[in-house]
Write a protein that binds this ligand. Structure first.
Ligand SMILES: [Zn+2]
Length: 320
C-alpha cells in the first residue's frame, strides 16, 4: 500500500506511474536515495507522502464513506509527524485543534491564572487544552502501521478528553451560578457529580457510536437544566449566561453537522480535504471552548465586583 518509505528513485517512479491506475495520489513527501550524479554515496532525503483512495485504505480509517480520497495509510510515527505539514484529508482536522491550543497557552503566559480563583482558571482551561491536544494526536497518528488496535486506543483517549472538557468548566459555572445560595449550590453539585459518575461509567463501557453519544447527551441535559435554574434565579452575570448558551448552541450544532456528514454527503468527494463535516465540527467545538472559557472569566470578574448583598435579580423574560 502506498506510503512514506525509503525507496530507490526508479522504484519510486514506478510506484508513481502505478498510482494513476490504482487511484493512489502522491504529494511532495520523503524518500531516501543515493546521489549518483556526484558519483558519491551521499544520501539525499526527499519527503514523499503517498495518499490512497478510500477503497484502498483499512476500513477503520474510511469511516466516513463520503470522503473518497486523500487518505494516509500505514505510516511510521515519524511519518505521521511529518504529515502534519502536508496536505491530506486529516490536515484540516489536525490544525483546527492545534491552533486553538496556542490561544489558551498564550492567555496563560500573558495574563496568568485568575488571582483570586487559580483553581477555577485551571478547571476552565486545562480540560480544553487536553481535549484539543488529544484530538490533534488522534488525527495525526490514526494511520499508524500498527493498525486498528492503536487507532482504537487513540480514539478512546480522544473520546475521554471530550468527556472531561464537558465536566470541569461546568463545575465552575455551577459554583458561580448559585454563588449566593449555598444550599442550592450544594444540591446542584451533588446532583451534577452523581450524573457525571453515571456518565463516566457509561462512557467507559461504550462500544458503539450510540453508546458513546449517550453520556454526552445526558451531560448536555444536566448542563441545560443547570442553565435554566441559573436563568430562573436570575442574579448571575447576564453576559456570562449568554456565553454559556452560545457554548451549548455551538456544541450541539457541531455534533449535528458531524452526525449528518454534511456537506460531503451532498457532494461526495468534493470536501475530502477542506470544510467537511468533521472539520466544521472541530471549528465549532473550538469556538465553544473559547466561549465557555470567556463565560467562566466573565463570571469571575462579575463576582469580583458584585456582592450577594446588592445583587440585582433579573427576570428570565427580561433576559430573553
Ligand atoms: Zn476530530
Amino acid at each position: 500500500m502506498a506510503q512514506l518509505g525509503k525507496k530507490p528513485q526508479d522504484e519510486a517512479s514506478h510506484r508513481r506511474s502505478q498510482s494513476v491506475t490504482s487511484c493512489v495520489e502522491s504529494v511532495k513527501g520523503r524518500s531516501k536515495r543515493t546521489d549518483e550524479a556526484n558519483g558519491k554515496s551521499t544520501q539525499r532525503f526527499d519527503y514523499q507522502l503517498l495518499l490512497v483512495a478510500a477503497k484502498e485504505v483499512d476500513p477503520h480509517l474510511a469511516f466516513n464513506k463520503y470522503i473518497l480520497h486523500g487518505y494516509r495509510h500505514k505510516l511510521t510515527p515519524m511519518q505521521c509527524i511529518l504529515s502534519v505539514f502536508q496536505i491530506h484529508n486529516e490536515t484540516g482536522n489536525i490544525w483546527t485543534h492545534m491552533l486553538p491550543i496556542a490561544f489558551f497557552v498564550s492567555h496563560l503566559v500573558l495574563h496568568g491564572p485568575w488571582q483570586h480563583a487559580p483553581l477555577f482558571y485551571l478547571a476552565a482551561t486545562v480540560p480544553c487544552v487536553l481535549c484539543l491536544t488529544c484530538s490533534s494526536i488522534y488525527h495525526t497518528f490514526m494511520p499508524l502501521s500498527s493498525g486498528e488496535k492503536t487507532y482504537s486506543t487513540l480514539l478512546f483517549i480522544d473520546y475521554l478528553s471530550v468527556f472531561n472538557v464537558m465536566v470541569w468548566p461546568e463545575v465552575v459555572s455551577i459554583y458561580w451560578s448559585f454563588y449566593c445560595d449555598p444550599s442550592v449550590k450544594l444540591f446542584m453539585f451533588v446532583v451534577y457529580f452523581s450524573i457525571t459518575v453515571l456518565c463516566l461509567g457509561l462512557a467507559l463501557r461504550a462500544r458503539t457510536v450510540k453508546e458513546r453519544l449517550l453520556p454526552f447527551g445526558i451531560q448536555s441535559l444536566a448542563r441545560g437544566i443547570s442553565l435554566i435554574f441559573r436563568m430562573t434565579l436570575g442574579y448571575a452575570s447576564k453576559e456570562a449566561t449568554l456565553l454559556y448558551l452560545a457554548t451549548e448552541f455551538l456544541g450541539i450544532a457541531g455534533g449535528m453537522i458531524n452526525a449528518m456528514r454534511a456537506p460531503e454527503s451532498i457532494f461526495p468527494g468534493m470536501f475530502d480535504t477542506w470544510l467537511n463535516s468533521h472539520q466544521i465540527m472541530h471549528i465549532l467545538t473550538a469556538m465553544a471552548q473559547f466561549c465557555v472559557f470567556y463565560a467562566c472569566q466573565t463570571d469571575y470578574e462579575y463576582w469580583q465586583r458584585t456582592s450577594c448583598l446588592d445583587v440585582k435579580r433579573w427576570k428570565v423574560l427580561e433576559f430573553l
